[in-house]
Design a protein around this ligand. Structure first.
Ligand SMILES: C[S@@+](CC[C@H](N)C(=O)[O-])C[C@H]1O[C@@H](n2cnc3c(N)ncnc32)[C@H](O)[C@@H]1O
Length: 461
């Protein structure tokens, strides 16, 4: 039996949580808004703090509203779906400030108000769904018979189960229609979902991607090859949706639970999609990163330009460059850009993207940032500005060390995780950089995620 305690939620912290206190101990409280009094169950007791989850709200925040999604809160993707949008962005601003001050130990930088998003639903251009034999039943679904086929999102805390999802409010209507059709076909195909415990079955993940001009790519990730069956399924979908441009089958026969694999086979259509940002064209492969919110991405990249303050003479280093989006977006304002990126397909895309847009002052190199940093490969040339846009884990300390050693005058840090941003900023400040200003950008309404841009400048020696 889990212990129940009464708590009052304090300031918001990263991860959709609030700080609270119980009998003099710090509590990380989930599912509560600042100021709410709740009854919560104790999830874990750690050495320095308690983790708790609100079970019942005793005093409700005036900023709560009705959720418009029937999978909320079970799905766990949209932790703020029943919160007024302006309050969602207030929470995100506070979280970024907290990470900069508490984790980054910076109290004197400019903190700019968050750039809000006008579209709050149907904004995502890419979604990843999971297959499972085992369904996680929501409260309303309890009592339904197990069908042995579930397609939806991972059930939080039950790694072998999935919540059966018919549509997701975050992705566009077209993506929902394609998803529903393919889901119906796969359900009746007799193809077995993958079982993470036994490592048996076939269907693992489905990834849907959509361009601004409504071209769709499907990537079906399976444990093994059944090309004839997959081809029939793809043909059926192609006959129904003229928007379908590409159907790929990625084989992941390994134990790692990811939507990537050892081989990607083109089943029908084109191997890549062409999408646009700010008038530039970008070729994308099934395994390459692309920002998921097309409305907000130019605001994010314009902030990078504003913070970097280019005068046209700069040689720029673009770390974690993906398919070259930032490099090509800024290319007209600088002398040169050199991009580094792990995923080889992304680097191939980036090189083609430079050609596709007639841009000749950008070059792209593939490699693991840690290895590149350790081998001294990043700073063989002199740079005036570093742009770094790492994944959620932030930069490896060795990469931060290489940045500090480079003594490049300006770093523009683009982050999708304010807590690792804070951690890296602290290291950079210790190494002689000063965080000057910070701009949060809301790219992910209804979720706790927030994008942050920070400008760091090398202290004068
Ligand atoms: C947040 S994305 C940014 C991409 C790009 N700047 C953009 O805005 O589209 C992070 C990128 O880092 C790459 N990446 C992840 N781990 C890496 C590593 N160890 N070395 C180099 N690149 C890595 C990913 O493949 C991804 O393209």
């Amino acid at each position: 039996m889990k212990q129940l305690i009464e708590l009052t939620a304090g300031k918001p912290i990263y991860g959709g949580k609030c700080l609270s206190e119980y009998e003099g101990r710090k509590v990380m409280l989930e599912r509560a808004l600042p100021g709410e009094k709740v009854q919560a169950y104790v999830k874990k007791r750690k050495s320095g703090y308690i983790e708790a989850v609100a079970k019942e709200i005793i005093e409700r925040s005036p900023h709560r509203k009705e959720s418009d999604c029937r999978y909320y809160p079970t799905c766990g993707g949209c932790k703020l779906r029943d919160v007024e949008y302006d309050y969602q962005t207030y929470i995100k601003e506070e979280v970024v400030k907290d990470c900069v001050r508490r984790i980054g130990k910076v109290i004197d930088c400019e903190m700019h108000p968050i750039i809000k998003c006008k579209i709050h639903n149907n904004y995502r251009n890419k979604t990843e769904f999971t297959f499972s034999k085992l369904r996680y039943y929501t409260e309303e679904e309890k009592g339904l018979e197990e069908e042995g086929f579930t397609l939806g999102f991972h059930a939080p805390k039950f790694f072998s189960k999935a919540i059966d999802i018919d549509h997701c409010n975050l992705q566009t209507d077209l993506m929902n229609r394609v998803y529903q059709s393919l889901r119906k076909t796969l359900r009746s195909s007799g193809l077995e979902p993958y079982d993470v415990v036994q490592h048996t079955g076939f269907l693992r993940y489905m990834v849907i991607r959509k361009t601004n001009d409504d071209r769709i790519m499907i990537n079906l990730i399976t444990k093994s090859r059944k090309l004839k069956e997959i081809k029939d399924i793809a043909d059926r979908l192609f006959s129904e949706f003229p928007e379908l441009a590409s159907f790929i089958n990625t084989i992941n026969s390994g134990l790692s639970s990811t939507a990537y694999g050892e081989e990607s086979i083109l089943i029908r259509g084109t191997e890549t999609l062409i999408d646009t940002i700010g008038g530039l064209k970008f070729e994308l492969s099934c395994d390459t990163f692309f920002q998921v919110n097309p409305e907000q991405v130019t605001k994010l990249y314009d902030t990078v330009i504003d913070y970097a303050g280019f005068n046209g003479s700069e040689n720029v280093l673009d770390l974690y460059c993906g398919v070259g989006t930032i490099a090509l977006y800024i290319s007209g304002r600088v002398k040169s850009v050199t991009g580094f990126e792990l995923v080889e397909n992304a680097v191939i895309n980036a090189k083609r993207n430079a050609g596709l847009n007639g841009i000749s002052n950008c070059k792209f190199v593939s490699g693991d940032m840690l290895k590149l940093a350790k081998d001294g490969e990043l700073f063989k040339e002199n740079f005036d500005v570093i742009i770094t846009d790492p994944p959620r884990d932030g930069m490896h300390p060795k990469v931060v060390e290489a940045l500090i050693g480079s003594k490049v005058p300006k770093i523009v840090y683009v982050s999708c995780n304010p807590s690792t941003f804070g951690r890296d900023v602290q290291l950079l400040e210790e190494g002689g950089y000063k965080l000057i200003k910070v701009q949060p950008v809301d790219m992910f309404p209804h979720t706790f995620h927030v994008e942050t841009v920070g400008l760091l400048v090398k202290n004068q020696e």
